[in-house]
Design a protein around this ligand. Structure first.
Ligand code: FE2
Length: 209
């Protein structure tokens, strides 16, 4: 089923997700799809349709209220932690993953759902699909925040043409470590809660070096 996401299915999905969000977020979603294609071409050419669908779905619940997020989690039997209530921005990746099987069942393949589930925080030991969605969301062309611009430049300044497969993977790792450094630094400066998964994601990659 995985790579049987046809152009027609993706087109319909695009129309469906558009109904769930405002123009700005929809534009961001389309840019994440484009960036996911660029990254897939480098790292996972056999997974492009999966990555495109994951990109289209990653923010599908982002405009729901905190109450709606809590209701979605509780309906699925998940306990809503104090941290989630205090950092509601984290909610949308979890609830997007929960609504996919219900609202978009034809796209509910585990690897896609997992990539959506962890796209905000990252996590330890991510597979290539998870890494691509996480990074595509960070550096898509609609992002103008300086950390995003700097990370995009760092990533694309690399000489992919002349690099070995091993070097490309190492470059992705360094890019992700940088992203976590930026994120953690920003959250520290703002005095905000930092999700454990973000620390674990970074530590895992540091040990893998
Ligand atoms: Fe996003």
């Amino acid at each position: 089923m995985n790579n049987k996401f046809t152009e027609k299915m993706l087109e319909k999905l695009r129309t469906d997700v558009k109904k769930e969000m405002g123009e700005k977020r929809y534009n961001h979603t389309l840019e994440v799809e484009k960036m996911a294609i660029r990254l897939s071409e480098i790292y996972a050419p056999d997974k492009i349709p999966t990555l495109r669908a994951a990109a289209l779905l990653h923010d599908v619940t982002k405009e729901r209220s905190t109450e709606e997020h809590i209701a979605i989690c509780e309906k699925a039997g998940l306990v809503v932690s104090e941290a989630e209530r205090k950092a509601p921005k984290m909610f949308h990746s979890k609830t997007a993953a929960l609504v996919i099987p219900e609202k978009y069942p034809e796209f509910a393949v585990p690897e896609l759902v997992e990539a959506v589930r962890y796209h905000t925080t990252g996590k330890a030991n991510m597979n290539i699909i998870e890494k691509i969605i996480y990074l595509a969301d960070y550096i898509d062309m609609s992002r103008s925040f300086e950390d995003c611009v700097a990370l995009r430049k760092y990533f694309f300044d690399f000489d992919f043409e002349n690099a070995s497969e091993e070097d490309k993977i190492a470059h992705l790792r360094e890019t992700l470590i940088r992203s976590y450094d930026y994120t953690i630094r920003g959250l520290l400066e703002d005095g905000k809660y930092i999700n454990d998964n973000t620390f674990e994601a970074r530590n895992f990659l540091i040990l893998e070096r």
